[in-house]
Ligand binder design. Structure first.
Ligand code: DAH
Length: 346
């Protein structure tokens, strides 16, 4: 074959090459051991000297030209491939991210947060006490002596020796009084435990918030103002309250606090109030929500504070109960069952 023809063919073919593989095949086809050009170079020895020189020279020039073109093509193809690879691996930083599915707070956590916030705004400090208590803090220091029938008010979950699962948050009062000099105001939220049968209104564990405000002249009138403000903020509506005389060993006098919400809530709230209150009270829409009173002198004494110098009010409120009223939840057990159909509603 003529060199010029080989060159023409080669140029045409290399033009069409699109991959490194094709290029390699082309290289073999022309410059390989059985390649078109190789064959010419090999057949040179059969030619007369003059022609051999002439054609040999031309063939070598062509060979170099082809090699050069192949190298150039190889470079271009590699660049294209590199660019394609980058294109494939490109990260679009402007892409919106995959949405992370976040959980949310349990209704009791929501309510606890709200309660803390309202009291903090009134200057109350939030403190905590242990869930495992001693007899001293849970009963004795709160003026509930060993043989006092008031111990029957709580059915306690006893642990080894002197320990028990606290039946209320009131022991935190004593723990705080022991270590701090009045005046102060605190709330102590936390979990408490009772050994009792569960039903729509009783659980073996639930949450309370204890309150304690002590100073030189802190009175029950102060309590009324604080608590009225709290309920208004918590229920975000006008709330009526009333104090009824009651009895707790650690307060004197003792009261129970009832609240009455606006008419639109009343119907539902009455359902919640099934604690065996008189029918007439239910119809009036009063809900019993909290125990309170003026701190008993014996409690100050147990914490080695002088009851003639200091006075104050204390209260205890059930968080679950407040949450039930607020969200119209008919059964306390729903809080602890982890049923997503319930929890997802908040
Ligand atoms: N500890 C009481 C209970 O669990 C509630 C209570 C009543 C707390 C009166 C108080 C209080 O601080 O003054 O039933």
């Amino acid at each position: 074959m003529e060199l010029s023809q080989i060159e023409k063919d080669f140029l045409k073919e290399i033009e069409k090459v699109e991959s490194l593989e094709e290029l390699q095949n082309l290289k073999v086809k022309y410059l390989g051991r059985k390649g078109a050009l190789t064959q010419i170079l090999r057949s040179l020895k059969e030619l007369p000297l003059e022609e051999r020189k002439k054609i040999g020279k031309e063939a070598n020039v062509l060979k170099e030209k082809m090699e050069k073109l192949i190298l150039e093509k190889e470079k271009t193809l590699k660049e294209i491939e590199e660019r394609k690879k980058l294109e494939r691996e490109k990260v679009d930083l402007t892409c919106p991210g995959k949405k992370i599915s976040l959980g949310h707070l349990h209704p009791l956590s929501l309510v606890l947060r709200e309660i803390k916030e309202i009291f903090q705004k009134m200057g109350f400090e939030v403190v905590e006490g242990p869930e495992i208590e001693t007899c001293f803090y849970n009963f004795d220091a709160l003026n509930v002596p060993e043989d006092h029938p008031a111990r029957d008010l709580w059915s306690t979950l006893w642990l080894e020796k002197n320990y028990l699962l606290r039946t209320h948050t009131s022991p935190v009062q004593v723990r705080y009084l022991e270590k701090h000099q009045p005046p102060f105001r605190i709330i102590a939220p936390g979990r408490v435990f009772r050994h009792e049968r569960t039903d729509a209104h009783h659980e073996i564990q639930f949450y309370q918030v204890e309150g304690l405000m002590v100073g030189k002249d802190v009175s029950l009138a102060n309590f009324k103002a604080v608590i009225l403000h709290f309920f208004k903020e918590f229920f975000k509506e006008k709330v009526e309250i009333r104090l009824r005389p009651s009895y707790f060993p650690f307060t004197e006098p003792s009261v129970e606090v009832d609240i009455r919400l606006s008419a639109k809530r009343k119907a539902q709230s009455a359902k919640v109030n099934t604690k065996g209150k008189a029918q007439s009270a239910k119809e009036e829409g009063w809900l019993e929500v909290m125990g309170a009173g003026m701190v008993h002198p014996k409690v100050f004494e147990a914490a080695r504070l002088n009851p003639l110098r200091w006075q104050g009010f204390a209260f205890g409120v059930g968080v679950d109960r407040l949450a039930m009223i607020k969200y119209k939840i008919p059964d306390i057990r729903l809080f602890y069952q982890g049923d997503l159909r319930f929890i997802r509603q908040f």
